[in-house]
Design a protein around this ligand. Structure first.
Ligand code: NIG
Ligand code: FE
Length: 413
């Protein structure tokens, strides 16, 4: 079969081949790298990856051939945890944060997430769309080709739906693919302050409506002291599971509450944050194959300890990395900085980091059959980095190394 497009003269082609399960332990450093290689595309999918120069078997009359000039190519980066669609920003809380006021105390006083809820309620669909699109353009520039996006700044059905409809429209209109998550239980609204169980029932009532409108594939809960308890989280997630949602949890971000244990118990696809996860929780996640989705930008920005990534890798938990892009705990779209924090903060090797933002990230949003590695048949989503090798991308920190981004074999950046 002839290729539509071939990228030749790739210095390092990080294929991440051969991962039908998320990678664990040593496998996280065993990603396949082809030196002096090429990549061939047909009908938006990978036709072939190999060392050396492409031959007549794949070069036809219509084949376009480009020269990568010895640069580094990886699968498109996958971000499995963002709060992409929201109104407003929270720089007004920045000085409070610097004075040492805890993140969760700002929320308890009606700020934090609840302040973004107010801004999101006030914003029109169009305003939310343009703000999120701008962020998505930035993300694409950092090499992200698939992004998960959570609701959770409405806390009422109408606004939650408005957020998810924006995500759906972006998925259709923007080159970056979006995986949508319903996070109706992101905070307890002020009017339910001492009646959080009642609010839990409200969220449960929203589940079938969201499902019926095909607005979300995943259901997530912010399980945290002072937000939703382990019992409340379990109650919501088990109802969601019955309706066919895949499950995610904001687990053990600040307090060691048992979120990691719960992620394993309910069969979540990922447990996210985990800065305060217990050893028992980590062990159970490893046993159940729950992906630990770690968000080092949040630790960095909140000035908190990093999640125990090394321990997780040693204990056999598949690790993914995300930006957590949101207006409060992590206002950045820069996935390459997150990857650098993966090494500088979490002490992961550059190879482990690449595994975490490609195949393991794809597994944590249930899309590893389509994306996350460059193998024949998969979507031709890939990034050309202006870097001589994989290590360089992590070592030279704080900047973007992206030269080009291809989505479905088409140049989109
Ligand atoms: O993942 N922790 C809860 N949710 C987000 C923060 C959202 C916000 O502060 O607006 C997080 O960190
Ligand atoms: Fe989050």
């Amino acid at each position: 079969m002839k290729a539509d497009f071939i990228l030749r003269n790739i210095g390092q082609l990080i294929t991440v081949a051969g991962s039908d399960k998320p990678r664990v332990g040593k496998e996280m450093s065993e990603l396949e790298i082809l030196e002096d290689a090429y990549l061939a595309v047909r009908d938006g999918r990978i036709l072939k990856v190999a060392k050396g120069e492409p031959g007549e078997d794949i070069i036809g009359e219509g084949t376009v051939i480009e020269d990568a000039r010895g640069l580094t190519v990886s699968p498109g980066l996958v971000d499995p945890h963002t709060h992409l669609v929201h109104g407003g920003s929270r720089e007004n809380e920045f000085s409070l944060k610097l004075e040492g006021v805890p993140y969760i105390d700002i929320l308890k006083q009606g700020g934090g997430i609840l302040s973004t809820v107010r801004a999101t309620k006030e914003a029109t669909h169009e305003e939310l769309y343009h703000k999120a699109k701008k962020s998505l353009d930035t993300m694409l520039g950092f090499g992200m080709t698939t992004v998960e996006a959570k609701s959770g700044y409405g806390l009422d059905l109408e606004t939650e739906i408005k957020q998810m409809e924006v995500a759906k429209r972006l998925d259709e209109e923007h080159p970056v693919d979006i995986a949508s998550t319903f996070l109706g239980a992101h905070a307890v609204p002020m009017e339910y302050k001492r009646r959080s169980d009642e609010f839990v029932e409200k969220v449960i009532e929203m589940l079938p409506v969201v499902k019926e409108r095909e607005l979300a594939e995943f259901c997530d809960v912010f399980c945290e002291e002072g937000v939703f308890s382990v019992d409340q989280t379990r109650r919501i997630l088990l109802e969601a599971k019955k309706l066919g949602y895949k499950l995610k949890i904001h687990a053990d971000e600040i307090v060691s509450l048992g979120g990691a244990e719960l992620a394993a118990e309910v069969g979540a696809i990922s447990g996210d944050h985990l800065m305060a996860a217990s050893d028992r929780g980590i062990e159970l996640m490893a046993r159940e194959g729950v992906v630990a989705d770690i968000l080092p930008g949040t630790s960095f920005n909140l000035g908190k300890a990093y999640a125990p990534a090394r321990k997780m890798i040693d204990m056999g938990v598949p690790v993914a990395l995300s930006t957590d892009y949101n207006p409060g705990s992590c206002p950045t779209e820069n996935m390459q900085f997150i990857m650098q924090l993966g090494s500088l903060g979490l002490r992961m090797t550059p190879k482990e980091v690449f595994t975490a933002v490609t195949i393991n990230a794809a597994h944590s949003i249930g899309r590893a059959h389509e994306i996350g590695s460059l193998e024949p048949g998969k979507k031709a989503d890939f990034v050309v980095f202006d870097a001589p090798n994989l290590d360089y991308i992590i070592y030279h920190f704080g900047i973007s190394h992206t030269k080009e981004v291809y989505k479905g074999g088409k140049l989109v950046y």
